[in-house]
Design a protein. Structure first.
Length: 451
């Protein structure tokens, strides 16, 4: 017979299941049965554990910490378990880990104890205000729009996971209220003059190193700058690049020597064709490092040294205050190609991105993307007849203009003006017009023998 005891005025049950040796306890709270194993075979010890567990639940209930549904924390744990497995090989590992950090540092401390039905648009707005106030207090500046956007994306993924498991009926409205149209700001890049200043500064370091022991680092950084600005690779793609991924070839369309690169990045495996300016840096890298095919081109990207040189030449920030990084070399490549008149679709393919991204963040601020011939079109002005000094021409012209057929906008068309010009240069035809032998508005001569 199963042992069973009722405690806490009938609110707590202590029992054993079949021939199990450990006591179990259960209670009904907030519309849900809750159970726990005491992991004790002694009734007295099990009773104490069960009563402590029950009182702890009642305390959480009064504080609003006990809900009768799945919590956001449970949905987040399920999301992380699924996301890492399902996206393996298709999502960058750092991107997957980024979701985990956002949940742990920001989303779970705020939403973790809430039931899924409590995560509504109002709570999301409170979260945005909470994040801004806390970050201002701790760091002195508010989180960027893109940072908050990434956190909301992570929140949406968790709620979608809950919907797939039937824990949530519908998604709340996650859009930002009072939102105005975003200002389109370009990515930080180096103009042709600034790019020249940068690579001349890195080249000067290779020729006159301040410390001889850093000679290799100076040379690597100089070739890194030239290579990136002539290929348009992302910094993470360049960090994965191996010597076997790069080939020096002759492009038959242009007759130039370029690099063909097999790129591995956030879009998977793609391909890139460089400009001729990337060939010599690659050759120097091979001579300097004597590499194996599986060695990395850039085992280090030297961000510290890169920032020092940017500060020295005053290029760390652009005029809008955007911070320049190694990623700015990719933006420089795109902008320089656009300025040279390259096809935007081909640039998008070569950079493994979309035409929309290039139009939004690059082409909008390139002055050569504007066609002055198409913009500065002028409509032809209507011809106005002025009485000539010749009284005969004035009489013929005024009668012609009065009766000539009108074109669009009530003006005399170009054919009629040419006819009037011909009439002005033919005295015989002017005389015929005055005598009335020519039809009104028609300066053609009368048939032969009628003049």
């Amino acid at each position: 017979m199963t042992a069973h005891h009722v405690l806490m005025r009938g609110n707590l049950h202590l029992y054993k299941r079949g021939d199990g040796k450990h006591w179990q306890c259960s209670t009904y709270l907030n519309g849900k049965n809750r159970r726990k194993s005491t992991k004790e075979d002694s009734f007295e010890r099990a009773k104490d554990i069960a009563e402590d567990w029950f009182l702890e639940l009642k305390g959480k209930q009064r504080r609003g910490e006990v809900v009768g549904e799945k919590t956001f924390r449970e949905a987040a744990e399920q999301f992380l378990r699924e996301y890492e497995i399902i996206t393996e090989g298709r999502r960058n590992l750092q991107y997957v880990e980024g979701h985990g950090r956002r949940l742990k540092l920001h989303l779970l401390p705020f939403f973790g104890r809430m039931g899924l039905s409590e995560v509504i648009s109002g709570k999301l707005q409170e979260y945005r205000i909470h994040r801004r106030e806390n970050t201002l207090e701790q760091r002195g500046k508010a989180p960027s729009r893109s940072t908050l956007h990434q956190e909301i994306v992570c929140l949406r993924q968790v709620l979608k996971t809950a919907m797939r498991h039937g824990w949530l009926k519908h998604l709340p409205d996650l859009s930002e209220p009072f939102r105005a149209s975003e200002k389109i700001s370009h990515r930080a890049w180096f103009s042709p003059e600034e790019y020249r200043t940068l690579y001349e500064a890195t080249r000067e370091r290779t020729r006159n190193p301040r410390r001889k022991r850093y000679q290799w680092e100076y040379e690597q950084l100089h070739d890194f700058v030239l290579f990136m600005a002539n290929t348009g690779l992302r910094p993470d793609e360049a960090a994965r690049l191996e010597y076997r991924d790069v080939k020096i070839v002759k492009d038959y369309a242009t007759g130039e020597t370029i690099l063909e690169i097999e790129v591995r990045g956030k879009r998977g495996v793609g391909y890139c064709k460089s400009t001729t300016g990337a060939v010599r840096p690659f050759q120097r890298l091979k001579r300097r490092n004597n590499p194996q095919p599986t060695d990395r081109l850039f085992p280090k990207t030297h961000p510290g040294l890169f920032n020092i040189i940017l500060d020295e030449v005053g290029l760390k920030f652009d005029r809008e205050g955007n911070r320049r990084t190694a990623y700015s070399l990719r933006h420089t490549y795109v902008c320089l190609r656009l300025m040279e008149g390259a096809d935007i679709y081909q640039i998008a393919k070569n950079c493994r991105t979309s035409v929309e991204m290039i139009e939004k963040y690059y082409a909008s601020h390139i002055k050569t993307s504007l066609d002055a011939a198409a913009i500065n079109v002028r409509r032809a002005k209507p011809w106005k007849y002025e009485a000539a000094s010749d009284p005969i021409l004035a009489q013929v012209g005024s009668k012609f203009i009065e009766n000539a057929p009108r074109g669009r906008g009530g003006t005399v068309d170009a054919t009629d003006l040419r006819k009037l010009s011909a009439l002005a240069g033919n005295p015989r035809r002017r005389t015929a017009q005055i005598r009335g032998n020519l039809s009104d508005g028609n300066p053609e001569p009368s048939p032969k023998g009628k003049v």
